[in-house]
Write a protein that binds this ligand. Structure first.
Ligand code: PHE
Length: 347
């Protein structure tokens, strides 16, 4: 039975239409049905036998283009469907697990060390009145000692009694606040850990950082209690062989005042490693912060009788204290706040 090119074209169109409307979703099955050995395309190709000899070439072209067309469509279908097949019986993918920021970990550890020896962790405002940050700490308005704290002032109305609003430049604002909270009734054993802000930024300073502040007030508190507490912290946080050292200094809110150092865990306080200067500390010691015996004027500001009670206080940077730890070797503390997960993941 002879077939004309026209009839062949109609059959080709019909097959293409059937393919387009086919309800079969499985790409494999579609391929067998249309392009398989006994598939519809091969079936249709047999018609070429019945085409007149002079039309055979044209018929071949028509069939070829149908084949190419089916091939492209099937391939794209296969690409769409691979991967979308889900084995619901497989165990689910584990969501990646986060962890506390290294500075939060340090804060938890520091709180724990002091809580074990009877301190209570408290938090006070990080945006506070000048009165708590300076005035009540024996630093009246215009006192030159204030220059030490490169303070951010907040553009808010002043209070008649408490002055301007500042971003707390140290955690010492918690001292008189804690005396007020306890209605001026010692004993006080506070550990205040909070954010602090200063106008400074370089490899060892960030504008926002953390401090922890200890305050103990009771009858008969003296420097030995302070020294004992510092030594205890040094051993718990850095290791049993680390010692603390206090050197005379000046703060308006403590008298006497000290700077606090911890011995270097690399050279054990000698300043030398195999005959050479220790490159980590250069002197055997690391300075971490300030301390002292609470000034009578501060006790008075908190309503406590300095004739009856004495106290000590200390305050350090959390970041600084933490980076001195063995093996950390962090040369730029701004990494802590860069939000770079490659850095944070290591802790
Ligand atoms: N607030 C002081 C500082 O920021 C540290 C300090 C706290 C000193 C308590 C003495 C007593 O440098």
């Amino acid at each position: 039975m002879a077939t004309t090119l026209e009839k062949l074209q109609q059959d080709i169109d019909q097959l293409a239409k059937n393919f387009a409307n086919d309800q079969e979703l499985d790409a494999d099955k579609l391929r067998t049905k249309y392009l398989g050995k006994k598939g519809l395309f091969n079936e249709l190709s047999k018609e070429i036998r019945n085409v007149a000899n002079e039309d055979k070439k044209a018929a071949g072209k028509l069939l070829n283009s149908l084949k190419n067309d089916l091939e492209t469509k099937l391939t794209s279908l296969e690409q769409q469907t691979t991967g979308s097949w889900v084995d619901v019986t497989l165990p689910g993918e584990q969501p990646s697990q986060g962890h506390l920021h290294p500075i939060s970990q340090a804060i938890e550890e520091i709180s724990g060390i002091f809580e074990k020896i009877g301190f209570t962790r408290v938090r006070y405002p990080e945006v506070d009145w000048d009165y708590y940050a300076f005035e009540s700490l024996n630093m009246p308005d215009n006192h030159p000692a204030r220059d030490e704290w490169e303070t951010f002032f907040v553009d808010l109305p002043e209070s008649k009694e408490k002055g301007k609003v500042v971003l707390t430049p140290h955690t010492s604002n918690g001292q008189v606040r804690e005396m007020e909270r306890l209605k001026s009734k010692p004993p006080i054993r506070m550990i205040n850990i909070a954010r602090c802000y200063r106008r400074q930024q370089d490899v060892t300073h960030t504008q926002m950082f953390h401090q922890f502040e200890g305050l103990v007030v009771d009858e008969g508190i003296n420097i030995q209690h302070l020294k004992g507490t510092l030594d205890h912290f040094a051993k718990e946080f850095y290791g049993p062989e680390v010692k603390s050292r206090i050197r005379p200094f000046h703060f308006q809110f403590t008298e006497p005042s000290f700077e606090v150092d911890f011995s270097c865990h690399i050279c054990h306080g000698t300043g030398k490693v195999r005959g050479k200067k220790c490159s980590f500390c250069k002197s055997g010691w690391h300075e971490v912060g300030g301390a002292g015996m609470v000034h009578p004027n501060v006790l008075k500001a908190g309503g406590i009788d300095p004739q009856k009670y004495t106290g000590f206080a200390f305050g350090w940077g959390v970041e600084r204290t933490y980076t001195l730890r063995e093996g950390l070797n962090i040369d730029d503390i701004r990494y802590f706040y860069s939000g770079d997960i490659r850095f944070l993941e290591q802790f």
